[in-house]
Design a protein around this ligand. Structure first.
Ligand code: AMP
Ligand code: ZN
Length: 469
């Protein structure tokens, strides 16, 4: 089935045509690891995971590359401000390298909890400094750069298509409107490729380069690493909508200038997750993490369900009420599947009627990843009076392979939990009887057996209860 995806470059839904038959190259801007990722950051990775699952399902061999920004991403998206890593290191009293590894590990843990598969290649900026230096050297040789105030700048006036994807009107943009004024720039849209002069002292991460000891600007890492792992021209580039006017605009300019060809065919951008109070911001500290949802008693998959319930190109305002709604919907789905598992006889091939449901689902997924419709498809097939339990389960498991809610695993776990609870209750019953019969040897034996399994028996005047220890 052909996939239609909304391409920011052109502002329209387009049919996906791969550059190479049967293959899809997918680059996703990864996290800046100076703090925990917030729940808004998890939206791009979740939808990119669905995109990857969909492409794989529709027959493409996906090469998914994601960077880890562990250097060079400053406090705002322009070239002003302080290196976020250094700021976090100072605040936490750790080295910048330790900060980066600590938050990178936390990021992988969050992905796992959300059932987001790891990229084929994940690449740290600090492991690719030479690739960035090579790309900057190419840009220099081709005449796209200048040195000013000790830093190497990309001269955007040399790249006539600058801002085309973002629909930037360069005439209308006023100097300093996007970023603070940098007197060293020839044009206000120019950006730093390599810093040797930082206005901040004690720059902890610096490398030798043809332009002197220093560190790369943020944008160059994505261009250098994507070209390295996906070649100079690839299919998809993804990220949040905030990256359109600056980060991705600058990435396009330097990549196309260096590589001398079109860089990316499809730009897939997600809209923002907002808090009721407005924008979530890591630098302002007003954000929720996956861990904070877990601490409130939610499962990370409740949040995945919430995300899938909205279209990725619409803004979504997070609220605890909406997370409650997602949780009760997901839990009810799991319970229904558990009931079907009890009823079901054997794994089934999809019959004609089930295939119609599957086709609809595929169409909704292929229609710019319409996950809310896909979820609705699952609910409507559950209500179908003609489809048997075997058919329903086969359909749901196939669909969930694309949505990633771990429904089969969750329902089986639920089943295990119920049977474990039943077993414990039966042993407690037996112990109560043993105590009535004054068979204290047996009652102690049961207590010890349960304790060995992590269950503590509590005798109260109202009866016997238990808890996990
Ligand atoms: P960062 O770690 O800040 O570089 O951001 C990682 C990804 O999250 C990028 O693709 C951002 O565009 C995206 N992003 C940041 N904030 C939000 C938000 N509130 N909602 C959705 N996506 C976001
Ligand atoms: Zn990027």
């Amino acid at each position: 089935m052909e996939m239609q995806l909304y391409n920011t470059d052109g502002r329209e839904a387009q049919t996906f045509k791969p550059i190479e038959e049967g293959k899809a190259g997918l680059y996703c801007c990864g996290p800046t690891v100076y703090n925990y990722a917030h729940i808004g950051n998890m939206r791009p990775y979740t939808i990119q995971d669905v995109l990857k699952r969909a492409l794989t399902y529709f027959g493409y061999d996906v090469n998914h590359v994601m960077n880890i920004t562990d250097v060079g991403h400053l406090t705002d998206d322009g070239d002003e401000g302080e290196d976020k890593m250094i700021k976090a290191a100072r605040e936490k009293g750790m080295s910048v390298w330790d900060i980066a590894r600590f938050f990178e590990d936390a990021f992988w843990k969050d992905l796992e909890r959300l059932n987001i598969s790891r990229p084929t290649v994940s690449c740290r900026a600090t492991d690719h400094i030479q690739d960035m230096i090579d790309m900057i050297s190419t840009l220099e040789e081709k005449g796209y750069t200048y040195i000013s105030g000790g830093n190497v700048y990309f001269d955007t006036s040399k790249f006539p298509e600058y801002g085309k994807m973002a629909l930037l009107d360069r005439q209308e943009l006023k100097e300093g409107a996007r970023v603070g004024v940098d007197e060293n720039k020839r044009n206000y849209t120019d950006f730093v490729l390599w810093f040797t002069k930082s206005k901040f002292e004690n720059q902890a991460m610096v490398w030798d380069s043809p332009w002197g000891k220093g560190y790369p600007g943020w944008h160059i890492e994505c261009s250098a690493m994507s070209s390295k792992y996906l070649g100079p021209h690839f299919d998809f580039h993804c990220g949040g909508i905030d990256h359109v006017p600056v980060h991705h605009t600058n990435e396009i300019a330097q990549s196309e200038a260096a590589n001398g060809c079109k860089w990316v065919n499809y730009w897939v951008h997600n809209e923002f997750i907002l808090m009721k109070t407005g924008k979530m911001s890591k630098s302002k500290g007003n954000f929720l993490t996956i861990q904070s949802l877990v601490d409130e008693g939610y499962d990370a998959l409740d949040y995945r369900y919430l995300l899938l319930g909205g279209h990725y190109r619409s803004q979504l305002v997070f609220s605890w009420e909406s997370l409650d709604g997602a949780r009760s919907a997901r839990e009810s789905l799991v319970r229904k599947i558990k009931a079907l598992l009890e009823e079901s006889q054997a794994a089934a091939e999809l019959n004609e009627k089930a295939l119609v449901y599957m086709k609809d689902f595929e169409q909704h997924l292929a229609d710019d990843l319409n996950t809310p419709r896909c979820l609705a498809d699952i609910w409507s097939l559950l209500k179908d009076k003609e489809l048997g339990a075997d058919q329903k389960l086969a359909l749901i498991f196939k669909m969930d392979g694309l949505l990633g809610l771990k429904l089969e695993e969750e329902a089986s776990r639920e089943e295990e939990k119920v049977s474990l609870d039943g077993e414990i209750e039966a042993l407690i019953e037996e112990r109560n009887q043993a105590r009535k019969d004054k068979n204290f040897a047996r009652s102690d034996e049961i207590r010890d057996e349960l304790l060995a399994r992590g269950i503590k028996i509590i005798d109260t005047p109202q009866g016997t209860t238990w808890e996990k220890v």
